[in-house]
Ligand binder design. Structure first.
Ligand SMILES: [Zn+2]
Length: 429
């Protein structure tokens, strides 16, 4: 009797189990059929590509990652990334964030540009187009070194009118501005056919940046470097107004009462702050500890003021320390610093950030004087093949056929390399 009941219970259990397995089987078949249906109707591809886009938006493919020193606290600062606009910019209708907008950029009506440079939605060009534009992402990049900007010209001073002329000249020669940090990361985001150019200003002088009372509050003085740059990019939005200002401690831009506001204004308007050491020290004569202090304490100070972390160092007087040990990374006052590049005072165009010749410990600059600009801009006009010319897509490195040995794999990393023939007969029928 007992046994019979147990048997019945057993049979009931087995039946329940069988039911469960059957429903599981039906469910699985339904899922498989559903997936097949989705796939055949193209929806699966849509989901996958949507997911990929979201991933790419989060981790843009234009950052050669691994070589980068990793996440910087300043990475999420406003204005650091192109495309973002500050209140000032949108208020006065200034063009493009840190960088540049293509002439053909469509507007969505709110002042934002769709299909910006380096956008992955821009379809790759054919060989003929690359040849016609002279695309060469192994070419050299001019990094211009200015100091003060005044109403006169002197050894370490560029006159305002000459600075305005320089911008006009860079623009007319097909250059577009990129941030130094973007050059150092290999994130070259200029329209196709344009050549990237980097502007740097050493010493943080009033001639570089000062605010004055305008009709609706404070505005950058139209006669300081920042004002001149913003004014020029208003009428030449594809040129941009990216620039890096190398400051020291104490009284940057000669106005101790507005240090934070001035830093924030620069960052929010697509410009950036670089490290020029705490006391403008000649590191060639500094002890190893003084080198770390000079670099690290300035980074800590800027970080304390506005949360931004400078990632490049311009050596005062071009003085190179005896040891390179603490240049690219170090710790001061329990806080770490990282430099993506150490900038020299002279004296030639810088190598492509993808080239084997790129050396973060020695980034050369061209002095912003008439003589040096004439010399190097003239050199590029005479030998246009020497110049970096962008393919307009920051996720690809486009080079001429047969040059791949000049690429530094550690700098290219997961970027797609595209080669095209540079022999005209094989391109143009
Ligand atoms: Zn200096």
């Amino acid at each position: 009797m007992r046994r019979g009941r147990r048997d019945r219970q057993k049979t009931a259990k087995q039946q329940t189990k069988r039911c469960l397995w059957m429903s599981l089987g039906i469910c699985s078949i339904a899922v498989i059929l559903g997936a097949l249906l989705l796939h055949s109707s193209g929806y699966a591809g849509y989901f996958i590509s949507g997911m990929r886009e979201r991933l790419e938006a989060r981790f843009p493919g234009n950052d050669p990652g691994g070589k980068d020193p990793g996440f910087q606290p300043g990475d999420d600062e406003p204005g650091k990334h192109s495309g973002e606009k500050s209140d000032y910019e949108s208020g006065v209708g200034t063009g493009g964030g840190s960088g540049n907008e293509p002439d053909s950029g469509e507007s969505n009506g709110s002042g934002e540009t769709i299909n910006g440079p380096g956008d992955s939605t821009i379809s790759p060009m054919d060989d003929g187009e690359l040849y016609r534009l002279g695309v060469n992402e192994l070419g050299k990049v001019p990094i211009i070194m200015y100091h003060d900007v005044q109403d006169y010209e002197a050894e370490w001073v560029r006159s305002r009118s000459n600075l305005r002329n320089d911008l006009e000249r860079f623009h007319d020669l097909g250059y577009s501005l990129v941030l130094l940090s973007d050059y150092l990361s290999g994130n070259i985001s200029v329209p196709a056919g344009k050549a990237p150019l980097v502007l740097t200003f050493d010493d943080g002088t009033r001639g570089q940046f000062r605010m004055i009372e305008g009709d609706e509050g404070l505005i950058p003085d139209p006669d300081c470097a920042v004002g001149i740059l913003l004014e020029f990019s208003r009428t030449h939005p594809e040129f941009g107004h990216a620039a890096t200002f190398f400051v020291n401690s104490g009284n940057p831009f000669g106005d101790a009462s507005r240090i934070e506001e001035n830093f924030r204004f620069l960052l929010e308007n697509g410009m950036e702050i670089g490290n020029h050491t705490r006391t403008h020290a000649n590191l060639a004569y500094a002890s190893p500890e003084a080198v770390v202090r000079e670099i690290g304490s300035l980074v800590n100070e800027v970080r304390g003021i506005c949360g931004y972390e400078p990632v490049s160092l311009a050596l005062p007087f071009g003085g190179y320390p005896r040891s390179t040990e603490s240049l690219l990374a170090g710790t001061w006052d329990d806080q770490e610093y990282v430099n993506k590049g150490i900038l020299l005072v002279g004296a030639e165009p810088a190598p492509s950030p993808f080239s084997r010749k790129f050396n973060p410990l020695a980034i050369p600059r061209i002095r912003g004087s008439q003589e040096e600009l004439d010399k190097w801009l003239g050199e590029f006009e005479e030998y246009p093949d020497e110049r970096f010319v962008s393919d307009g897509r920051s996720e690809t490195v486009t080079i001429r056929q047969g040059r791949s040995a000049d690429l530094e794999p550690e700098r290219v990393l997961d970027l797609e390399v595209r080669e095209y023939p540079c022999d005209m007969d094989s391109v143009v029928p």
